[in-house]
Design a protein around this ligand. Structure first.
Ligand code: MIG
Length: 765
């Protein structure tokens, strides 16, 4: 880009400036969002599939400040042409420099600036001080801080300054590099090898604003089926239908809730996708329906590699249609995965996605409702890079080099699978779990964080990893509970299960050759502790489900760092050994063996210990007791939390018994969302949404329960109202009628019919 840019010219959707070789464009695709593209003249930049709606209308843009800034009604972007740099209002400038065939971006970081986001990365919450590469990779080594890259690439950086936060999304699926105050002290340096620079600058000022805007751009998770929020058990592998039935039997006999069992790769006939081993899985339809009768869904794994076997119809058909990725010579690239030689479907092409999606009829016809996508980086064992060569070819004419779409492969596979399931089961929510992905993966699949180890460090690591994914738009995520590789201990499993009960995705999974990891494998004491933790998940499901619904509307992460909710508190600036689950619950998991108490920081306000109802004033550290049955957990004063009795599976949660748990504070608020848990009818209004608001004054409490939306058939339901931190009252009424109540330890409780009304308590002590 040797030559200079001429003056700004208005364009159909923004402004452009040209040099003799390049075209620079500025647009505003949404409130507080500016898109800056820089590309060789005559070669317009096309958004990647990360962008949910590439045709969305932008906002009108005005030139301001003597052509040195652009304005919309919702923000301002400063732009200098020589040297080229862009800056959101009040934020430091991002310099743009040519770099070999691509670009280098430079940004000065102030000493207190923190770096969040970047999707799935090892290390702590603040990513500053290291260099990260975006290149989806299946690396079996332990996920220590120096291991990079991982399975997922999300080129979205949040810069949290001491005042506010802003974000940078580089819509570029190639191998970009992010050096955050590492190679150049005090500088963030981002490099792309691609000639097309496609940059979004997103204004805050809060993390909540940023995630909302980023997910407006890259899309949001659609509400998953309720069963996928339940507890799940997996193993590489339960090798036969009988083995799976046995696990289901154990869960039911032991009265431990369970919603999902997984069939890992050994269910297949010679690792051929869409098939079942004729001996070990003689009657999969029967297996699926028998498990289903117990409230358990079976989710099979589906890898992208199609066994190279002329007699295997999927391979033969894919070959005839030319649907596989090609090597540089134009013949199908043959990798080596579990089935030995395999070809890789070219998911980049819509017709291939459709073909693949339709193939899921083989599963859907058996009653299967969810699919687990693995190895979709894609991983192969027979190349040095452990993936396709960068010059392998995609596209109908083999015109797209692998290097340009590598990071998209997993997302495209998730899209193919989701769209296929939606076609095959119209109006039923699919569940897809993926290992790899790019920005926007949240529209297609949930993620688990891959092959961790059964070690305490990986329990701790899961917190910042899940939270940075949440800040990167992917809220439905969790680690393998108990750890995947290596043998764990009973104590580790208990602590991990206690945390898992509050992470968005909650699945116990373990590797071949390691110790079995179901809750009962470590003796009756450990089993009982896991049972309690898993039941807790079901008790809190109304709260979790409501948080999932919120997330589907605004992108609001379900599990997030404290800085998200308390941005002004310097103590929590980079904190990641505690987390918020939704707006009202704070958890502080135990992360070391033999530990039965831990320091917990409670931000400003008053907090209730969930297990003892003890009140503590925040803005201070406290020490929480945590014998092996307890995960320290605190609720903000003023919260009204929907809960319910546990059941053996989400199916048992009939929604005919709701509990509202009230934690007194000056002002009370809470909400509850419910629907049928499985169809898309909620998008047409078939849901209900309740709001509780009220106050505590003197010795009285008033709580008004309103139904903001009632789109479900009316039915008789029971509501338990529970007031925590109180031991006596003189009078209680609901909807104008006096109601009897009982004192249970440190709470007062009454049962009424669930309907709108006002709960009034007098004479509280
Ligand atoms: O090369 O399917 O991350 O969850 O159990 C290992 C076998 C392949 C890796 C996944 C893991 C799964 C395993 N897979």
């Amino acid at each position: 880009m040797a030559s200079r840019f001429h003056r700004w010219q208005p364009a159909s959707d923004g402004y452009r400036a040209s040099s003799s070789t390049h075209e620079l464009r500025v647009r505003s695709p949404g409130r507080g969002i500016f898109r800056v593209t820089l590309a060789p003249a005559g070669h317009p930049t096309v958004p990647s599939p990360a962008i949910a709606d590439p045709h969305a209308d932008g906002l009108p843009l005005r030139l301001a400040e003597g052509e040195r800034a652009f304005e919309t009604d919702h923000g301002r972007l400063g732009v200098a042409l020589s040297p080229l740099s862009v800056a959101l209002d009040g934020c430091s400038g991002l310099e743009i420099h040519p770099n070999e065939a691509g670009w280098r971006l430079k940004l000065a970081l102030a000493p207190g600036d923190r770096c969040f986001g970047l999707g799935e990365k090892t290390g702590f919450l603040d990513k500053r001080g290291r260099t990260y590469v975006m290149w989806n990779t299946d690396d079996p080594s332990p996920h220590v801080d120096t291991l990079d890259p991982m399975y997922v690439s999300i080129p979205w950086l949040i810069v949290q300054t001491e005042q506010d936060a802003w974000g940078l999304f580089l819509d570029d699926p190639t191998r970009t590099t992010w050096s955050l105050g590492d190679r150049e002290p005090g500088m963030a340096v981002v490099e792309t090898p691609r000639a097309h620079l496609d940059l979004y600058l997103v204004a805050g000022p809060t993390l909540a604003d940023l995630v909302e805007r980023y997910t407006e751009l890259t899309g949001r998770m659609s509400l998953p089926p309720r069963w996928s929020l339940g507890y799940q058990q997996s193993r590489w592998s339960y090798p036969s239908a009988e083995a799976l039935r046995e696990v289901a039997r154990e869960y039911r006999d032991r009265d431990i809730p369970l919603d999902v069992l997984y069939a890992d790769i050994d269910y297949m006939n010679g690792y051929r996708v869409f098939t079942w081993d004729p001996e070990r899985f003689k009657d999969p339809e029967r297996l699926v329906s028998d498990l289903r009768a117990e409230g358990i869904r079976l989710v099979p794994i589906v890898d992208p590699g199609v066994k190279k076997d002329a007699a295997f119809p999927v391979f033969a058909d894919g070959l005839t249609r030319d649907y596989f990725c090609l090597d540089p010579d134009g013949v199908p690239f043959i990798g080596e995965v579990w089935p030995e030689d395999v070809a890789f479907p070219d998911f980049v092409r819509p017709e291939v996605r459709r073909w693949w999606g339709d193939m899921h009829r083989a599963y859907v016809d058996l009653g299967i409702e969810g699919i687990w996508n693995d190895m979709n980086e894609p991983a192969t064992f027979n190349t040095v890079s452990k993936t396709l060569p960068e010059n392998a070819r995609h596209g109908a004419d083999g015109e797209v080099p692998h290097a340009e779409v590598h990071n998209l492969y997993g997302s495209y596979m998730g899209q193919a699978t989701r769209e296929g399931l939606l076609r095959l089961r119209p109006n039923q929510r699919p569940f897809i779990l993926s290992r790899a992905g790019f920005a926007g993966i949240q529209r297609h699949a949930a993620l688990w964080t891959g092959d961790n180890f059964s070690i305490w460090h990986h329990l701790e690591l899961s917190l910042p990893m899940v939270m940075n994914l949440g800040l990167s738009g992917v809220a439905f995520v969790g680690p393998d509970v108990g750890g995947f590789s290596g043998d764990g201990t009973g104590e580790l499993l208990v602590r991990w299960t206690q945390l898992g009960a509050f992470t968005p995705f909650f699945r116990n999974h373990s590797a071949k050759g390691t110790r079995y990891q179901e809750p009962w494998q470590f003796g009756p004491e450990i089993e009982e502790l896991c049972r309690q933790a898993i039941r807790r998940r079901y008790e809190w499901l109304p709260y979790m489900y409501t948080a999932f619904w919120r997330c589907s509307l605004t992108g609001e992460p379900i599990m997030r760092p404290l800085v998200y909710d308390f941005p002004a508190d310097p103590v929590v600036a980079s904190m990641c050994e505690q987390a918020m689950i939704g707006r009202q619950l704070l958890i502080a998991p135990i992360l070391r063996p033999g530990v039965t108490q831990r320091p917990v920081y409670l931000p400003e306000g008053v907090w209730y210990d969930v297990w003892t109802d003890e009140r503590t004033s925040g803005g201070a550290w406290t020490v929480a007791a945590a014998s092996l049955e307890t995960i320290p957990a605190f609720v903000r004063a003023g919260s009204v939390i929907p809960r319910g009795p546990w059941a053996g599976s989400t199916e048992g949660l009939r929604g005919d018994h709701l509990e509202l748990h009230v934690y007194p504070g000056d002002l009370l608020s809470g909400e509850w969302y419910d629907d049928d848990g499985q169809s898309l009818d909620h998008l047409q209004g078939a849901y209900e949404h309740w709001r509780a608001t009220g106050s505590v004054a003197g010795d009285g409490l008033t709580l008004e329960l309103e139904q903001l939306h009632s789109g479900l058939p009316a039915r008789q339901r029971c509501l338990s109202l529970v007031l925590h931190g109180a031991t006596e009252a003189s009078h209680m009424s609901f909807g104008g009628t006096a109601v009897p109540f009982e004192v249970r330890g440190t709470a007062l409780r009454c049962e009424v019919e669930l309907k709108p009304g006002t709960w009034i308590i007098r004479g509280l002590t």
